[in-house]
Write a protein that binds this ligand. Structure first.
Ligand SMILES: NC(=O)c1ccc[n+]([C@@H]2O[C@H](COP(=O)([O-])OP(=O)(O)OC[C@H]3O[C@@H](n4cnc5c(N)ncnc54)[C@H](O)[C@@H]3O)[C@@H](O)[C@H]2O)c1
Ligand SMILES: O=P(O)(O)OC[C@@H](O)[C@@H](O)[C@H](O)[C@H](O)CO
Length: 387
């Protein structure tokens, strides 16, 4: 079985690549990072280390790489012949890789009639659906009709913390032991990919929202509040009493929104929250706040981890969420000159002010009580950053 995986980064090598290998696939990574691609081709294997007291390691074998900038035709051929295509490139890159994928599917229509599934493993709602829309934008009507019958784009939720890291061995990747990969089976074409780490469900929405609005909402607290307070890593920020109070409060608020929306069991959800907080305190992982806070414009989007649970909480309880508002305020204050979106965010704030920015980026109504709450909580965050 042949797999094509776009993005040989943290999640690509440390999570999806490892599970594909364990399921028996030969995996070709497609990336624009030439150094990583060369190493993959030279060695055809790499190690994944579990970040806990045992440091267990797995050697992922049967891997190769293609630099899509230098060898786009090889990517097209590989897609035409593959049994599964996965991505972990970041939500904003899906649009960029879609033209090459469309060319691969066009070739496949002529050469290979086997059903194919493409699974976007990104932190976003409807990632594979977004990929499909972009790919279909490059295909003719008749190609779209043919693809609609034999190519599936099942949405997915992926959960495993894989920090940025610099190891002596550049392909080695250290990952937390925990993982979850959930795929919506209703959109699969042909047989379900035989990957034992995947949990197949009929309706992904409750799972992706629970993951994004608990793991990623929670993660945003030590990232943005921690950054304001001068902490460099999630682990350091998680030792702070203020961060602990805010994360508990924010996850109580997002939890209330999730429980009321999906009817999750209250006790089970609280256990889920506690397990996640424990993962953020893993002493074997050093995850910088700038990775977790990366892309603040995306993270302040209307459907993402801060605004969506805050809006839902307001809608369902009639109260404005204090702790989510504090985290949104900290995200607005996030400055990092190495992060393109953070720079752009500060430019928008300079031009439009906080209120205008929340209307433009978060798509909040000018009258939304959430805006006033965020502005009110900005003072609290400023006090914390001076403390
Ligand atoms: N790291 C985590 O803890 C984690 C966990 C769950 C989900 N995710 C999600 O996985 C995705 C990837 O995150 P990551 O942490 O692995 O990021 P990363 O930066 O480590 O990896 C992304 C990779 O994509 C490559 N890339 C960029 N443009 C490309 C292009 N045009 N074609 C092919 N490859 C390209 C980059 O060179 C890089 O190797 C994101 O959507 C993220 O939200 C990350
Ligand atoms: O990848 P992002 O930028 O959407 O979010 C940063 C982190 O919260 C995220 O990568 C988590 O580590 C991951 O989602 C855990 O499963």
């Amino acid at each position: 079985m042949r797999a094509i995986h776009f993005g040989a980064g943290n999640i690509g090598r440390g999570f999806i690549g490892a599970l594909l290998y364990q399921a028996g696939y030969n995996t070709t990574f497609v990336d624009v990072n030439d150094v990583v691609i060369r190493e993959l081709n030279d060695r055809q294997q790499y190690d994944v280390i579990l970040a806990d007291e045992n440091s267990e390691s797995l050697t992922v074998k049967n891997v190769s790489g293609i630099n899509s900038m230098n060898h786009p035709d090889d990517v097209i051929d590989a897609i035409a012949a593959s049994d599964i295509v996965t991505t972990a490139v970041g939500p904003n890159i899906l649009r960029i890789i879609s033209e090459l994928i469309a060319k691969g599917l066009r070739k496949r229509l002529k050469t290979n009639q086997k059903p194919l599934n493409l699974i976007a493993c990104e932190n976003m709602i409807g990632g594979s659906t977004v990929l499909k829309e972009n790919v279909f934008g490059h295909l003719s009507d008749s190609e779209q009709t043919s693809c609609a019958n034999m190519v599936g784009f099942p949405d997915a939720a992926v959960d495993r913390i894989v920090p940025n890291q610099t190891n002596e061995d550049m392909l080695q990747v250290s990952v937390e032991p925990y993982y979850e990969w959930i795929v919506e089976q209703t959109d699969i074409k042909g047989d379900k990919p035989p990957i034992s780490g995947i949990t197949y469900v009929n309706d992904l929405k409750p799972y992706i929202e629970r993951k994004l609005f608990t793991v990623n909402t929670g993660h945003a607290v030590p990232a943005y509040i921690g950054h304001c307070m001068g902490y460099a890593t999630i682990y350091e920020a998680m030792q702070d009493q203020n961060v602990q109070e805010i994360i508990k409060g924010a996850l109580h608020e997002s939890g209330e929104a999730l429980i009321q929306t999906y009817g999750f069991d209250r006790t089970a959800h609280q256990e889920y929250i506690e397990k996640i907080i424990k993962r953020f305190r893993n002493p074997y992982i050093s995850d910088v706040v700038t990775r977790v806070g990366r892309g603040p414009i995306r993270k302040l989007g209307p459907q993402d981890r801060l605004i969506r649970p805050a809006s839902l909480y307001l809608e369902l309880t009639g109260e404005t969420p204090k702790y989510l508002a504090q985290t949104i305020a900290a995200a607005l204050l996030y400055r990092n000159e190495n992060d393109e979106e953070a720079v752009k965010l500060q430019k928008i704030i300079n031009e439009q002010g906080y209120k205008g920015t929340l209307q433009t980026i978060a798509k909040l109504d000018a009258q939304s009580p959430l805006i006033d709450k965020v502005l009110e909580q900005m003072d609290e965050i400023n006090k914390l950053s001076k403390a």
